[in-house]
Every structure is written in C-alpha cells, then in structure tokens.
Design a protein around this ligand. Structure first.
Ligand SMILES: N[C@@H](CCC(=O)N[C@@H](CS)C(=O)NCC(=O)O)C(=O)O
Length: 219
C-alpha cells in the first residue's frame, strides 16, 4: 500500500497509526502542499485533502474512510469495539475528533507557530508555509479564540482518559487513534504540556502500541 501524505499533517498521522496498529507494510509518498491538488484531483473524484491510501484494488481518500477500509481488509487486530453500544461510542468520538477537534488543533497550532512558537523553525520557507496555511484556513484571532475554547472543553470531556488506558471499553479503538493523532500537534505548545501531562502520556503510549514515531515535542 502507498500512503499519499504531508509529512507534518495530523490527519496523515491518524492513517499511519492505524496502518501501524494493523501491522501493515506500507510506503509513503510526501506531496508538496499546493502541488498536491494536481496529483489528487484525478485520483479522488474531487477530494483534495491528504491522507489518500492507494491499495491494490482501491484508492481511499479521507482518514476515516481509510480506517474503515483497513478494518475490512485486515480485521485483526481490530480497532472497532465488539459491543454495539461501544462501537457506536467509538465512532461518535472518532467523528467528533475528526470533524471538530482536529480543526481546532490546526488553528491553535498554526497560530502558535506564527507567533510565540516562531523559534521552532524560524526559516523563511517554514514561515511562508505557516503563512499560506493561515490564509488558506482563514486563521484569525477570533477564530483561534473559539478553537482554544473548543479544545479546553474537549479536554474536559476527555479527562477520564487519564484514569483508563483507552477511551472506549478496554481495548484500543478508532477513538484512541483519532484523539492521539489529532491532538498530537499540541505537544509542541508549553501551556498544553503543563496543563495536560496525562494527555501526552497517553499519546506516547498509543504511538508505541501502533509502532509509530513520536510526534515533535515528544521525541
Ligand atoms: N477529514 C479529512 C481532513 C484531511 C485534511 O484536512 N487534510 C489537510 C492536511 S492536515 C489537507 O490535505 N489540506 C490540503 C487542502 O485542503 O487542500 C480527513 O480525515 O482525511
């Protein structure tokens, strides 16, 4: 299998964690932001985001669709809880983390990298990319504030994770994979590291279980 990705994207990390958990051999192709559209448009019937997984029989765009595909072709080890109630709960968390929380993380992370966190990579090329991302996603101070509030609320909801290894039932599920990947950019922001040490402990454990390299800030 070949994973088309941006190396720094947290949604691509989500796909890599899932591939790693399943023990699947795969290659990655790192696309250049901007030029990626030329490659993806013809492959995905209109979706222009990464990750995209090219499997022998199918091309799968969108990280959630990739998780579903992987569970179908490699059922064991499973990352879907067995019970109906737990299964619904895991997918509900996965969808919320994907559609709402991953977006909030992006706002907070790029806002940090453009300001206080500039020193992480002050190179011109990095600052140009951060600027382009800021414009593409319309990252304004008002929207950053809403994203910070959304994250604070999310981390209150997820607080129970500090007392148990997995978000749903007693096995790793799509909820843990989504939370781990989509909150991992916060590991570079000192205020989150100080306030939520339990979160980064869980992020580290799930990476280990999925045989994925730790994200920047935890490596
Ligand atoms: N819900 C999508 C989100 C993917 C996404 O937003 N990917 C970003 C990188 S983090 C992207 O490809 N952006 C480029 C673009 O929008 O053209 C998924 O889960 O795959």
């Amino acid at each position: 299998m070949l994973l088309l990705q941006f190396s720094t994207s947290h949604y691509c990390r989500k796909a890599r964690l899932a591939l790693g958990y399943k023990g699947i051999d795969y290659q990655v192709e790192n696309l250049t932001p901007g030029l990626h559209i030329l490659k993806l448009r013809s492959l995905t019937k209109g979706l222009t985001t990464v990750p995209v997984l090219m499997a022998a029989d199918e091309i799968i765009a969108d990280s959630t669709a990739i998780l579903k595909y992987l569970e179908k072709v490699v059922p064991f080890p499973s990352f879907i809880p067995a019970g109906e109630k737990e299964k619904n709960q895991a997918w509900l968390l996965e969808d919320w983390l994907d559609e709402s929380i991953g977006v909030a993380t992006r706002f907070v992370y790029y806002n940090y990298r453009a300001g206080e966190g500039k020193a992480i990579d002050p190179s011109l090329s990095s600052q140009i990319i951060i600027n382009i991302v800021g414009q593409q996603y319309k990252i304004t101070p008002a929207r950053v504030k809403l994203a910070e509030e959304r994250l604070e609320n999310a981390l209150k909801i997820l607080e129970y994770w500090q007392n148990q290894p997995y978000l749903v039932a007693d096995k790793l599920s799509v909820a843990d994979i989504a939370a781990t990947a989509l909150l991992s950019p916060l590991a570079l922001i000192p205020s989150y590291r100080q306030k939520y040490p339990w979160l980064f402990a869980r992020i580290g454990e799930i990476h280990q279980q999925c045989r994925e390299k730790l994200p920047p800030g935890l490596n």
